[in-house]
Structures are given as structure tokens and as C-alpha cells.
Design a protein around this ligand. Sequence first.
Ligand code: HEM
Length: 453
Amino acid sequence: MQLPPGPETPRLYNMVRWIARPLPWLDELRAQFGNAFTLQLPRAGVPIVIFSEPSAVRDLWTGDPDTLHAGEANIILKSVLGKDSLLVLDGDRHLRERRLMLPPFHGDRMRAYGDTMREVTADEVARWPAGRPFSLHESTQAITLDVIMRTVFGVGSADPRMRPLRDALVKWTTLGTSRLGTAVLLMTPPEYADNIRQATQRGLGRILPWAKLVRAQLEVDRLIRDLITARRREGATGREDILSMLLEARDEAGAPMTDDQLRDEMLTLLVAGHETTATALAWTVHHLLEHPEWHDRIRAEVREVGTQELDKLVLLDAAIKETLRLTPILPMVGRVLAKPATIGGIAMPRGSVALACIYLVHRRPDLWPDPLRFDPNRFVGKKADPTTYFPFGGGVRRCLGMAFASYEMKIVLATILAKVDLANAPGKKIKLVRRGITFAPSGGMPVMLARRY
Ligand code: HEM
């Protein structure tokens, strides 16, 4: 089969560029090869075709999930989230667990968390210091972690039983998204991840350069298991949080989920449910601070509407969408072909990988005129097309938390804008940097408090 051309540089060199600075490289490759090109990386050992063509994106969203395996494409997350994580499952089990986990992230169940989101944000904003720079990204992480912990466990991170887990998660995600953590994540072959973890447990830990990271992960693991055991003991009946719901769930054979399965799903929601949203919040504030005209208009909108009637916050909604267009948190999503398939007119063999490139599609000048300009007007009164705008991926694997994240971002930002004026920290230039598999503003996005209301 003839795959589209791509760089003929050695695989190892490709890997280094992919890890170090993938986004400028993607721009270069599209300029050279067009909207579909093939990349060879050493670890995958199979061709990866990177698509930035809407027809290919449509094929990936509408294709048969038994052919297009997202779980297999997310394999590197196995070492972090475990083999039973929704993100790495495919087939019937994926469908069953997704159905089970979706309801709290939608409709009335989701809206029931609105007041919590407002309270958690107000408490965090009240702690922001006057007169010195502070990290907005750390602060949005604290907010989103607290919110997701309440959704998952039914109690917030301020609860004394939850505090050790919150601290352990913060430590682990900080180490895991550092340069070393990112390199370990991207370069550890998934088949050896468990051996490395066991070796660390047995004492090798002291000499591995990333031992701290593995120990932090083991601590998170232990604390989540303790919480599962405690909830089993207390009883889950009548509770609405996700842990209780999953404890009550039975498969077709009537069997409950095992502790390993529960741990992996809890961890998946805790990690996927706070890191991404926190980064998107930090990016939105960044773009607003860089565009005072939009900052002023949106602040005026929030002051007029308040933080309850979210549907009326049209400009804020558009600014969040434009943020996720220009600075998507994840630059691409992948599918491994379990059978041969034609994607975007290209016949691809079994085992190859098709990537829908969020970053490149969102920056195509023919689809998004003047693509590097931050312009929320692109989304005011317009419905986005899922083949040209897809910050949450698409098809049956579209982000489980999309509605929840969009709802939370609006509430958090409206609460911030209603309570304070922020300004850029003096002399700090924000760049786009890799944090694990996500892309975030550099330096923790330092800001200053300009005024409280
Ligand atoms: C701005 C915030 C967020 C962004 C940008 C984001 C983005 C994404 C993307 C791109 C995917 C892959 C979709 C695909 O393969 O087509 C995904 C999957 C997923 N996300 Fe999110 N996400 C966000 C927030 C959340 C939240 C709040 C949760 C918590 C529930 C969450 C949980 C998940 C899960 C469980 C999956 C796997 C779904 C599956 O495989 O069926 N995400 N997300």
C-alpha cells in the first residue's frame, strides 16, 4: 500500500524532535508534505499517518470502532493510568464502562456541581496574594482537582480523608509533567512499565533517576485503593458519586468491578478530569490578558449577566472555544487500525496509526482565516463543524468530560472575572511548552492581582 510521503530522517531523530518540539515541526512537515504525511517513529515500529484534512477526520469519527482502536493508540497511557483505564480500552468493555461513567458528566447531574464549582473558585481567588506574581496555572489546577475529586468521591479535597490523596496527586502530576517525567512517559515501552514499577518497589528505586516519580505514583495508587476499600466497607448504596456508582455496577455475568479496574478508572477521571481543564483555563486567561479589548468586553458581559445564567455568557463561551482552537491542550488524537481501512482516500494497512491533528487543522488558513489571530468572533452565533474544530476529539471516543469541562470553565472564568482584575506578571513572556502529552503556558502562567471587587 502506498502511504503519503513524509520525512526520511532516521527514526531516532524523528523521536527526539517529536518529544522536544513537535508543534513547530508539524508546521514544517505540513508546509513540505501537505495535509497527510507519514512519520516513522522507533517505538511504534509502524507507519503513522498524520492527517489535517477534514474528510479524513470525518472518516475517523464515523468509522467502525472495531476497526479504529483509540485505546490501542493511547497505549503509552497504560503505564500511567493502568490497563483497565477507559482511555486504553477498546471494544465492548470500552463501550460498557463509558456508558456507566458518562451520566455524572452530563445534564442535571453535571449541573448539580455548579455551586461547588463557584464556591471552590471563590475560595481559591480569596487566597490570591496582592502585590506579587503568582502561578495562575497552579491555582486553576487546585480548583479543577477539587471539583473532580468531589465528582469522583463525593467529597472535596479539603476533606481530611482526601487531603493526602490531593497532595500525592499534585506531587505525582508535577513530577510526571516535568521534562524528566515527560521523557520517561514518552520513551518507556508500555510492555516494560510494570517491570520498572516493580523494580522500584523492590529497592532499585533509589538509583533510578526517575525513582521519585515512580514512588509518587505508588503512593497515589495506595491511597486510591484505601479509599476504595473504605467505601466498600461503608457501603455505596444511595450515593451519587462515581466511585459508589462503579462499586454497585455489575457486568452481564453479574460480576462487580475488581479493585484494579476501579483504581484505573478513578485515576483516569482524576487525571484526565483536572489537568486538561486547568490548562485550558490558564490559556483562556492568557489570551484575554493579551487582548484587552476582549478582556473588557467579556468582563462587562459577566458583570451584567452574573455567574448563574451561563447560556447568556455568549462572549465568554466564544473566548473559551477560540482558546481551544488556537492553543488546543492535546495536539492530536489517534486510532490504530485493527483492520485495513481507507482514511481520507488513503488505503491504510492493518496495524498502522491514523492521527487526526487538532493543532494543524485548527491552524489551516483556508479553514480559519488569519489563523494565528485570537478572535472569539469566529464562534459567536456559529456552530462549529466537528471535522474542522475538535479540541475534544470525536466520534464514539470523544472526550467523556467535554460538557463537564465546558460548564466548569465558564463558571470558573466568570467567577474570576466577577471578583478580580488580573494582569500579566511584569517581564514574563509566555511560551507554549510541553507538559507530558499536553501543551501549556510556560512558567506556570505567572499573573498579578490588579484589583479586587
Ligand atoms: C478542556 C478540557 C479537556 C480537553 C481539552 C480534553 C480533551 C480530550 C481529548 C482530545 C480526548 C481524546 C478523544 C478522542 O480520542 O477522540 C479526551 C478523552 C477523554 N477525556 Fe477529556 N478533555 C478535557 C476534559 C476532561 C474532563 C473534565 C474529563 C473528566 C471526566 C475528561 C475525561 C476524558 C476521558 C475519560 C476520555 C477518554 C474517553 C474514551 O476513550 O471514551 N476530559 N479528552
